[in-house]
Design a protein around this ligand. Structure first.
Ligand SMILES: [Zn+2]
Length: 302
């Protein structure tokens, strides 16, 4: 098995109790909940509970976590985006009278997925922005670009200073895989700037056990910038023909040349990354090559 660096203590987050979930108060009536692998939030209002997403890794434990702090009914469910790993337990919350809110693009994805565990939203909006007041609590929904999946939302609770930005980054850790599967890398980079324009103290970003701060977003942005400058320099200095010749790829195998070249670009870029990141973020060893591959192709093509 592959050797991984031990998880640094700052990147681990709090221990998850035996129940399999942990509820954290994020201000009066606002709660974060995590299974350790995924996280989300809910808000207890005057008459009920507004929940963002229903990740299968929490499953029934999302309901247990809510019941732990209130006996009020769930009145609203907001979909951050259409991915099953975040909303694939929504059927557990579904009942008559539940309002499910999402961007209309998210609704279209769900429609095509034909997944009984992801009930269709019954309140959708088009365009870049929408706001709702639910029981005197203000929710702002912004669709600023395809930084994770078309239809993905920033969900801002301005009075609570909470920003929910599911799958935007991983608190105290390097981004998962290829920048959390960003479909358009420039939009992913822009998302960090967009997040920092909000007034918030806490960011709920969808994975692992921790909730973040604006400083965590800044750190991720700084990491992205280092990925980009390392990839840019590697692209400038690693030559396709030299890289292919070095490992004996035949001249007529152009696809293999491309593959060998990009692997060499990634390897060179990895060497150029400041070593200090290994003590600033967890998971850098796990995801560095994937992230550099995504960034290098983007620098090359976008
Ligand atoms: Zn996702």
């Amino acid at each position: 098995m592959t050797e991984f660096a031990p998880v640094p203590e700052f990147a681990t987050g709090p221990a998850i109790p035996e129940s399999g979930y942990r509820v954290t108060e994020l201000g009066e009536g606002a709660y974060g909940i995590t299974s350790g692998m995924v996280n989300t939030m809910f808000l207890v209002t005057r008459n009920g509970v507004v929940v963002v997403d229903a990740p299968p890794d929490l499953g029934e434990r999302l309901l247990m976590g809510i019941e732990e702090v209130t006996s009020k009914p769930i009145t609203h469910l907001i979909y951050s985006h259409a991915h099953a790993d975040h909303i694939g337990s929504a059927h557990l919350l579904a009942r008559d009278g539940l309002t499910i809110i999402a961007h209309e693009i998210t609704a279209r994805f769900i429609e095509k997925a034909h997944d009984a565990n992801r009930p269709l939203p019954n309140e959708t909006f088009a365009g870049p922005s929408n706001a709702l007041t639910i029981d005197d609590e203000r929710f702002v929904f912004d669709y600023t670009g395809d930084w994770h999946q078309a239809g993905n939302l920033f969900i801002h609770l301005p009075e609570r200073k909470i920003l929910t930005a599911i799958d935007s980054f991983t608190v105290k850790n390097a981004p998962f895989f290829r920048l959390l599967f960003a479909p358009h890398v420039p939009a992913y980079f822009d998302a960090m700037d967009q997040m920092l324009e909000y007034d918030f103290d806490t960011v709920v970003s969808g994975h692992m056990a921790m909730f973040g701060t604006p400083e965590d977003v800044q750190t991720n942005r700084e990491y992205l910038r280092d990925l980009r400058s390392s990839a840019t320099e590697a692209l400038r200095t690693v030559d396709l023909r030299e890289a292919s010749a070095a490992v004996g790829v035949p001249d007529n195998n152009r696809q293999a040349q491309l593959k060998v070249w990009m692997d060499a670009v990634v390897a060179r870029a990895a060497e150029l990354m400041p070593a200090s990141w290994n003590t600033r973020l967890g998971g850098t060893d796990i995801f560095l090559a994937d992230n550099l591959n995504a960034v290098a192709w983007s620098v090359f093509m976008d």
